[in-house]
Design a binder for this molecule. Structure first.
Ligand code: SAH
Length: 385
């Protein structure tokens, strides 16, 4: 049964913004944010609420520290380096909480200590857990100060023994003085299992590895992608670009939804590998993936005269670049579907499109992917005039 949406740590932990409020109140606040940044372009449709508002987060990154000689896990208090120990979080997948509890318990037995940044002693900095919503599978990453984590394979086996659903345990080394959990170009050593888990979205299987992007609320992500596909209204004659394609979710769903040919563009090589594998697993042969910076690729292809009929873009929080948008204008697709996780940068990019490109903003559909937090996802349908 879902936990009650309330948390005694609210206000201290800073990991969320609304967990102690009623969900309709949260949605209203988010709708006002959407209106603030976007209503000047087109009417904003009512927010699509999340089917789950507790235990939906399938990715959990816990910080490790020591307290009275014992390993504790939790979150840094917002804007500080002070750890707030967390035993259970109402927003996170229950299995992640179980795994973290086991790791805290086993750390003493295997002499694993939390890494102390100031002294440079100890081992474990973070634990990353990803859970599949569709399959009973989870993946654990021990982010450590070196690959020589004491009794690492015994620990991995013990985690699996207690939680059968743990299909992969790996170590990633982070020696940098950084608040980033996983540094760029990190190397991963799989010490138990296969290095990835599977999830299912919109009737397709997806392989998710430690380092590739995957939506944290897969049930609602399914609704998000369905909204995007309905707006795109794909046909066999369509040539589609999915920019910032991650593990290929949008590209592959588009390829399976009637598009003629799909090209995914993504800068993370591991995510591209996953996307290619995902195409193979699902028997999709009309999608290809390219490892490249999306703006550079768009600019080059626009110069070559390439013109897709539909362009999806799903950039990180910083939004698209002007270079990207200008190239999109030159490619002149009939329709652009912009999926955004940040209404502010989305507003900035829509202003550019509205001012400089011959396109009309036809529909704005917010989708609540992040209940409890102030974040909100938005899908925008943009048609060539
Ligand atoms: N559409 C995917 C992923 C969206 S997240 C999904 O729904 O799952 C944004 C993705 O953009 C991430 O995978 C990130 O690695 C990628 N990315 C970030 N900067 C990029 C750039 N400059 N060029 C191409 N891809 C980039």
């Amino acid at each position: 049964m879902a936990k009650r949406r309330s948390c005694p740590l609210f206000g201290r932990c800073g990991g969320c913004d609304y967990v102690n409020e009623k969900y309709p109140d949260e949605l209203l606040e988010k709708y006002l944010t959407e209106e603030q940044f976007l209503s000047r372009f087109c009417k904003v449709s009512p927010i699509l609420p999340s089917p789950e508002i507790t235990e939906y987060r399938c990715k959990v990154q816990a910080v490790c520290s020591s307290l009275d000689g014992k390993l504790v896990t939790g979150i840094y208090r917002k804007g500080s380096h002070k750890l707030i120990p967390i035993r259970s979080c109402p927003l996170e997948d229950r299995r992640a909480g179980e795994i973290l509890s086991t790791i805290r318990m086993l750390a003493g037995r295997y002499h694993i200590k939390a890494y102390d940044e100031d002294r440079g002693t100890g081992h474990l900095r973070h634990v990353l857990v990803r859970c599949s919503k569709y399959y009973d599978e989870a993946l654990v990453v021990l982010v450590a100060s070196s690959f020589d984590l004491p009794s690492a394979s015994d620990l991995a086996a013990a985690i699996h023994q207690r939680h059968n659903y743990v299909k992969s345990v790996s170590i990633i080394v982070n020696t940098e003085k950084t608040s980033m959990v996983i540094p760029e170009n990190a190397k991963e050593e799989v010490i138990y299992g296969k290095g990835y888990i599977m999830d299912r979205l919109c009737s397709l299987d997806f392989r998710i590895s430690a380092l590739s992007f995957y939506q944290v609320n897969p049930r609602q992500a399914e609704n998000l992608y369905t909204v995007a596909m309905n707006m795109a209204d794909l046909r066999p004659s369509d040539i589609v670009v999915d920019a910032y394609s991650g593990t290929g979710t949008i590209a592959l769903i588009a390829a399976a939804s009637g598009a003629g040919r799909v090209i995914g563009v993504e800068s993370n090589a591991q995510a591209v590998k996953d996307a290619e594998e995902n195409a193979r697993i699902n028997g999709i042969d009309n999608a290809t993936f390219i490892t490249a910076d999306a703006s550079k690729w768009m600019k080059e292809k626009a110069k070559e005269g390439f013109s897709p009929s539909v362009l999806f873009l799903d950039p990180p929080r910083s939004g698209a670049t002007e270079e990207f948008l200008a190239a999109a204008g030159r490619m002149a697709p009939e329709r652009i579907i912009y999926v955004s996780c940040n209404p502010e940068t989305l507003g900035r990019d829509l202003r550019y499109i509205h001012r400089f490109l011959p396109y009309e903003i036809r529909a704005i559909q917010p989708v609540d992917l992040f209940p409890g937090s102030s974040h909100i996802e938005t899908v925008v349908m943009i048609d060539r005039k």
